[in-house]
Design a protein. Structure first.
Length: 245
């Protein structure tokens, strides 16, 4: 079964865009996933095909209308009722590799892309929409976020990366950043590949990689490290607590 991506957008011409080349492009040609952008403006009812209006309470910019978005969302739900419905917004929960894996294991995804100042909040109350952010910065529209999310999902689909690279020991899969990589030439601008990686001693290489993954996570991503350490410390004591009862 192919992974079906439906994208509600004011710019359908942005899809598949960069996902039409390389790994994702090949997978698209092979039918491993499908891409259907839907024009939100088609769900406007006035003669100007308006999708936005001025913000209630005043302020700059325009807001996407709940009635127009509601119709667009209902159309997508009717077409693919089993697919999770996501909306791109900086106000959403940050996208994680765990969420990406869960989505990639499913039938597909419907993604609503915002523009302007964002979407009328009543839409989120009235429909089963999961608000998703791709990071703590503001894009001009949800389309780049949708492309990012889809790229992360597509590479995990069966047969896309090939058996050699399942992505199992990549960054975030174990709660840590991945260890650093090196390749030939052995010496570059006076810097050499760490000795251990050229030793052929697989146990030593594994130990070095584990140590570097931990050090780099601690130094570069103290937030991840704290969560990782919290989970590690908690699980043995959690097990102990259970036994003591
Ligand atoms: N006024 C909004 C705010 O401050 O939260 C920003 C609106 S932004 C200019 C327009 C659209 O870009 C949003 O509706 C959303 O779809 C998308 N967008 C911007 N930043 C995003 C992010 N970090 N993650 C996901 N989508 C984002």
């Amino acid at each position: 079964m192919s992974f079906a991506a439906t994208i509600l957008t004011l710019y359908p011409e942005m899809f598949p865009g960069p996902l039409g080349v390389s790994l994702a492009g090949r997978a698209l040609a092979e039918g491993r996933w499908s891409c259907e952008p839907i024009q939100i403006r088609d769900f406007a009812t006035d003669r100007h095909r308006s999708v936005d209006d001025t913000p209630a309470g005043g302020g700059a910019g325009m807001v996407m209308r709940a009635d127009v978005l509601g119709r667009a969302v209902d159309h997508a739900i009717a077409k693919q009722p089993e697919a999770p419905l996501l909306a791109m917004t900086p106000r959403g929960a940050p996208l994680t590799q765990a969420r990406v894996r869960a989505l990639a294991a499913g039938p597909g995804v419907t993604i609503l892309c915002g523009r302007f100042e964002g979407m009328d909040e009543r839409l989120f109350e009235a429909r089963p929409i999961e608000p998703v952010s791709i990071g703590d910065y503001v894009l001009s529209g949800g389309e780049m976020g949708a492309l990012t999310l889809l790229d992360a999902c597509i590479r995990l689909l069966p047969g896309v990366m090939g058996a050699a690279s399942s992505g199992d020991d990549e960054s975030f899969e174990t709660g840590l950043l991945e260890y650093p990589h090196y390749t030939r030439p052995v010496e570059w601008e006076g810097r050499t590949i760490p000795e251990v990686l050229r030793s052929g001693d697989h146990a030593a290489i594994e130990a070095w990689r584990k140590a570097r993954a931990e050090t780099d996570t601690r130094l570069r991503r103290p937030d991840l490290w704290e969560r990782h350490e919290g989970a590690r410390v908690q699980s043995p004591s959690g097990a102990r607590q259970k036994k003591e009862r």
